[in-house]
Design a protein around this ligand. Structure first.
Ligand SMILES: [Zn+2]
Length: 142
């Protein structure tokens, strides 16, 4: 069932009407079966759909957004698992550790990860030390 707000062009009366489908509405309209309750005119036009239907669509959009967010979260967690397994955690010493690796040019050093401020990252970049910044989700279990 679909609810349309109809409007009579002649007397400007608006009224709601239910139809089995939008195709049914078109069919009845074509056959001039739709007429105004007030003046009997067949110059009826469809206006805005009932707010009930619009509200439902809006809710669906929100849940699509939530799904996308969920997928991004899963991707980030995947990265985090990879990093935790392959890199050494240095916490707040990230900038210091990154420099010591860079300047001592240690070979076969395990990669590191940790936290650094925006300024520290900018300084590292100025010194030619490339860093990757990834969003990090704190694990609630830890
Ligand atoms: Zn009318």
């Amino acid at each position: 069932m679909i609810k349309y707000k109809l409007k009579c062009k002649k007397c400007k009366l608006s009224f709601d009407s239910w139809f089995a489908s939008s195709q049914e509405y078109e069919k009845l309209k074509k056959k001039n079966y739709l007429n105004c309750h007030n003046c009997g005119s067949i110059t009826i036009e469809k206006t805005l759909m009932a707010p009930k239907l619009l509200k439902k669509n809006w809710k669906e959009n929100v849940s699509i957004k939530n799904n996308k967010y969920k997928k991004i979260n899963e991707k980030i967690r995947e990265y985090q698992r990879f990093i935790k397994n392959n890199f050494k955690y240095v916490g707040n010493n990230f900038a210091y550790e990154a420099r010591s690796i860079h300047y001592k040019s240690k070979k076969n050093t395990k990669g590191i990860y940790g936290t650094a401020s925006k300024e520290e990252i900018k300084d590292l970049k100025d010194e030619g030390i490339e860093t990757e910044i990834i969003p990090w989700i704190e694990d609630k279990n830890n």
